[in-house]
Design a protein around this ligand. Structure first.
Ligand code: NAD
Ligand code: DAU
Length: 352
């Protein structure tokens, strides 16, 4: 079986669902169910004997040691993290605790477990660390896209905490020989994306007739990847990736934020027209994010060359599927927009 941390979050849940759609190898999901984790994302697996869910913290060494004995995995796929840049600006402490200390705890538990293995089990074991392109810093308009050898220049508490975790993973390979792989991926979008992030927030606000907040001039560039393509990249790395190697994952799809917002408005105008007029009337430019990175771009040639992976979705197909998913899953959106979510919206947007 495999152990997936953070499997009740956006990408983790997509990964677990995809995994069990494509094979029968069981999955143990470990997730603390923070505000971003949602049992409902995995509701379709409730009676599936191939899936075990454990609510728990990656900082809890005793729990992880016990799980590794009770459900010995052949691989650990590590998604669990605090993931939202704006939250890291308002409260960096939890990012250090989960992303740095949590990854350290997991690495130590994995090392003890792997050291106790022998033969093929030891040979085949993998620890895959899911990281981000944000560790590389911000690009100018004409800079080349990030390759795996780009220097680390993290600019937010979030990206600094992810950079720290990447360094720990690297060191556990070089010093102890732990068979790790790391992926640094660009912005994901798709089903189960928590509506604090740009794309689901714009959809939710538009449908509620609320302002669509665009930070600064809206010309910051991100490289968008449909979430199931990220999942297939991780599967390819688990299958064929070389221990100690880093793989950049991206969609070859750079777009300024304002274009994303305009595209979402146009799709909503088509799929759920508002009698009051185009959703674009709600676009509101607000105060920029402090330290806002201007541009990210991923050079994904290594994973294509070495592992044969390429994204299957184009932005046009992926964004349409995403809007359709949100329109068909308004109950899911309503459930996650809890009291805690409303407090966050007040904290982040009231001053802008
Ligand atoms: P998310 O915030 O939606 O989900 C994170 C999950 O981790 C949640 O289910 C949460 O409950 C769980 N979690 C948080 N702290 C925990 C702890 N201490 N112990 C156990 N579980 C805990 O995040 P996401 O967007 O799905 O991102 C998943 C991973 O992918 C993260 O490591 C993130 O850095 C990375 N990543 C995200 C993107 C993106 O665009 N969202 C892109 C590249 C990389
Ligand atoms: O690049 C990968 C990263 O992508 C991941 O590591 C992070 O976990 C993930 O959250 C994401 O980070 P971003 O900061 O790029 O994503 P977010 O959706 O928060 O913002 C996307 C862009 O949109 C960014 O330039 C900020 C802008 N934005 C965001 C929000 C929430 C707005 O203009 N208005 C908003 O209200």
């Amino acid at each position: 079986m495999i152990l997936v941390t953070g499997g009740a979050g956006f990408i983790g849940a997509n990964f677990v669902l995809d995994w069990l759609r494509s094979c029968d190898e069981p999955v143990l999901t470990l997730d603390a169910l923070t505000y971003a984790g949602n049992r409902e994302n995995l509701a379709s697996l409730k009676d599936d004997p191939r899936h075990i869910f454990v609510q728990g913290d990656i900082c809890d060494r005793e729990l992880i040691d016990r799980l590794l004995v009770e459900h010995p995995p052949r691989a650990i796929v590590h998604f669990a993290a605090e993931s939202h840049v704006d939250r890291s600006i308002h409260g960096p402490g939890e990012f250090i605790r989960t992303n740095v200390n949590g990854t350290f705890t997991l690495l130590e538990a994995a090392r003890a477990y792997w050291t106790g293995l022998s033969g093929a089990a030891r040979e085949g074991f993998r620890f895959h660390h899911v990281s981000t392109d944000e560790v590389y810093g911000s690009l100018g308009p004409n800079d080349p896209a990030f390759t795996e050898t780009k220097t680390y220049e993290p600019n937010s508490p979030y990206s600094a905490s992810k950079a720290a975790s990447d360094h720990l993973v690297r060191a556990w390979h070089h010093t102890y020989g732990l068979p790790v792989t790391t992926s640094n991926c660009s912005n994901n979008y798709g089903p189960y994306h928590f509506p604090e992030k740009l794309i689901p927030l714009i959809i939710a606000n538009a449908l509620a007739g609320k302002p669509l907040p665009v930070y600064g001039d809206g010309m910051q560039v991100r490289d968008w990847l449909y979430v199931t393509d990220h999942c297939s990249a991780i599967r390819a790395i688990l299958d064929k990736g070389v221990p100690g190697e880093v793989y950049n994952v991206g969609g070859w799809n750079e777009k300024p934020n304002i274009e994303i917002v305009n595209t979402l408005c146009a799709l909503l105008d088509e799929l759920k027209p508002d009698p009051a007029g185009s959703y674009s009337r709600l676009i509101t430019f607000v105060t920029d994010r402090p330290g806002h990175d201007r541009r990210y771009a991923i050079d994904a040639r290594k994973i294509e060359r070495e592992l044969g992976w390429r994204p299957a979705e184009t932005f046009e197909t992926g964004i349409r599927k995403t809007v359709e998913w949100y329109l068909a899953n308004q109950d899911w959106v309503a459930n996650v927009l809890s009291g805690a979510y409303r407090e966050w919206v007040e904290t982040n947007y009231a001053q802008r």
